[in-house]
Each structure stands twice: as C-alpha cells, then as structure tokens.
Design a protein around this ligand. Structure first.
Ligand SMILES: Nc1ncnc2c1ncn2[C@@H]1O[C@H](COP(=O)(O)OP(=O)(O)O)[C@@H](O)[C@H]1O
Ligand SMILES: [Mg+2]
Length: 305
C-alpha cells in the first residue's frame, strides 16, 4: 500500500492539555466509522473488529495506533524492518515472537524512546509519534509497563497509587478539599481494580512479584491511558498470578486498547485476542492464536515442533 498521500498531508498539531485541534470544531460532524477504511491494514476478522469510536474529522485512519513501514537500524542492523501494525480502539492485541524479534523496540518507537529511521506512526489518526518526545506521548494517553516493576518499595501500596493519582494532570476540581476527596475516591477505585484493596497498608517492597506488577498497572491506570503497552507481564509470576493477570488485562481492555508482549502461551490463550507474530523486525503472521500457531513459518521460527 502506498502511503504517499498520507505522508504528504500536513499532520495536525498535537493537542497537549486537551486544547482543541485547529479546525476540529469547524470540520464536518464526527461520524461513527465501522469499517477500518482503505488505509487500515486490518482486513478480515469480523471476530476481532471492535466498533469504531467517534472519529476525529482530521484523522487519516480510524485506528488508535497505526504503524506503517517502520524501520529502526542500529549500526546497520534492522531491529525493525518495515513493520506495519494497526491496533483498534479498545482492542487488546498479543505480540509474540522469538527473542530479538523487535518487540521491545516496537514499544520504544511507540513511546518515543527510539526514533524510527523511516515509517509512519500515528496515534488516534492525528498525532505523529515520530515527532513527539516521551513526555508528550505519555500525555497523549500512551502508558507503558516495563518488565521490571518500578514501584516505590518503601512506600505503602496505597501511597504508591496516591502518588500516581496526584501526578494525573488531567483537569479536575482544584478546590483543595474537593481535590482530596477526589483523590481518595480514585485511590480506592484503582486499588479495587487491580485487586490490592486488602494490601493497601503494606509496604510495596513486601508484595509478591505478581502483586508488584499489578500495583504498577494500577499506577499506570491512574492516568487513564487510551493505550497501555505491557512487556512480558507474566515473566516471574506464579501460574495463579499469570492467570489472574490475564483476567485483569481483559477487564482493562474493555475501556482502552492494550498491547501485550508475552512468551507464556497459556497466558496468551487466556487473553483470547488476535495475535501478531514478530520475526526479524516485521510481522510474520497475524490472526487467532490457533491459526498462527498452526502456521508452518511460526512453528519454524518460534514455537518449535
Ligand atoms: N539500543 C540498541 N542498540 C543496538 N541493538 C539493539 C538496541 N536495542 C535493541 N537492539 C537489537 O535489536 C534487536 C531487537 O531487540 P528487541 O526489540 O529487544 O527484541 P525483543 O524484545 O523481541 O526480544 C535485537 O537483536 C537487539 O539486540
Ligand atoms: Mg523484549
């Protein structure tokens, strides 16, 4: 597919602090887009086709995340090689593939940590991720969970969540007592969402590995990201924690998009979502887990015989 017209089109200025995009209000009324449209790489799969949200009239794609022909070279080695990937709004996608396939590098590109050499990366159809820095991308509503939990061990579970809530820069009541009540309610809600209500007064450092991962997910949810990237959450977890994490992510994906990189095939099965197989920096296969795991090329490079 040619993206020349897309690239040639000037991208709208990003909207920090929720300022309306120029022309947004003057544009045609937003429409509900049910088909991904000509630009989308998604084709088949009515099974996974989520109903599209009301679309920004300036959007050039209805996908929440749109990557096309992304290449990242490290000293001539292509960690990503013409990678194209489209994630819908409120879609959860599992990414699998051998070590070195480029999974983490892909997340680095989405979050602005690594600049691609070439390619298109759009968020919500209007934000060019290749021109924004990490802070601006986080502010757009892209949250990332790294492999190692980064919680404050010396603080209680509750205080970790509270710190994240206080860092939430979206607008809300600024009268002090009002704000305090809001924050308290948010902390309770988030603790419940990640099932740590009964551990709120414990030191984060005393939690199990799985609980620490959930705490960090709770801290990320404090910002209500529209897209959550999760890199190998099940690594180091017990079987029960892994199963619980799949349930938690499925719940989270009801209200936002989630991209999960994971090697644990039982966990990927539990997620029950479309799977993308990365290999040597590009997409090798995509589809339901049963379909991709029956794919000869996937068996060859990843699953083994
Ligand atoms: N900063 C870097 N400098 C050089 N090579 C890198 C860098 N980051 C990743 N790579 C290489 O790019 C390839 C893809 O890495 P990565 O994205 O971490 O793979 P995955 O997460 O799928 O295991 C690997 O061969 C890795 O060694
Ligand atoms: Mg990795």
């Amino acid at each position: 597919m040619s993206l020349t017209p897309l690239n040639a089109r000037p991208l709208a200025a990003k909207t920090l602090a929720g300022a309306p995009l120029p022309g947004t209000l003057a544009g045609p009324p937003p429409e509900v887009v049910k088909s991904p449209g000509a630009l989308s790489l998604e084709a088949d799969d009515a099974l996974f086709a989520a109903e599209r949200p009301v679309r920004d009239p300036l959007a050039v794609t209805s996908a929440l995340l749109y990557l096309d022909a992304i290449t990242v070279s490290f000293d001539g080695f292509r960690a990503l090689n013409a990678l194209s990937l489209v994630i819908g709004d409120k879609e959860m996608r599992a990414i699998i593939g051998p070590n070195g396939a480029g999974k983490t590098t892909m997340m680095d590109v989405i979050t602005g940590k690594t600049r691609p050499n070439t390619g298109t990366a759009l968020f919500a159809g209007v934000h060019d991720l290749t021109t924004l820095d990490e802070a601006a991308i986080a502010e757009l509503g892209i949250g990332r969970k790294f492999q190692t939990p980064t919680v404050f061990d010396m603080h209680t579970v509750e205080d970790n969540i509270l710190l994240a809530v206080k860092a939430d820069r979206r607008a809300f009541a600024n009268i002090r007592w009002h704000r305090t009540a809001y924050e308290k309610a948010r902390v309770d809600e988030l603790l419940e969402r990640v099932r740590l209500q009964d551990h709120r007064f414990r030191r984060a450092g005393d939690l199990s590995h799985g609980q620490k991962q959930w705490l960090e997910i709770g801290m990320l949810l404090a910002q209500e990201p529209r897209l959550l990237l999760v890199d190998e959450p099940a690594a180091g977890m017990t079987d029960q924690e892994t199963a619980d994490t799949a349930v938690l992510l499925r719940e989270i994906a009801k209200t936002r998009s989630v991209v999960v990189v994971e090697h644990d095939m039982q966990f990927v099965r539990d997620l029950d979502v479309k799977v993308t197989v990365l290999h040597e920096g590009s997409v090798l296969a995509e589809g339901p887990l049963d379909q991709v795991s029956a794919d000869e090329r996937v068996i060859e490079v990843y699953l083994g015989r």
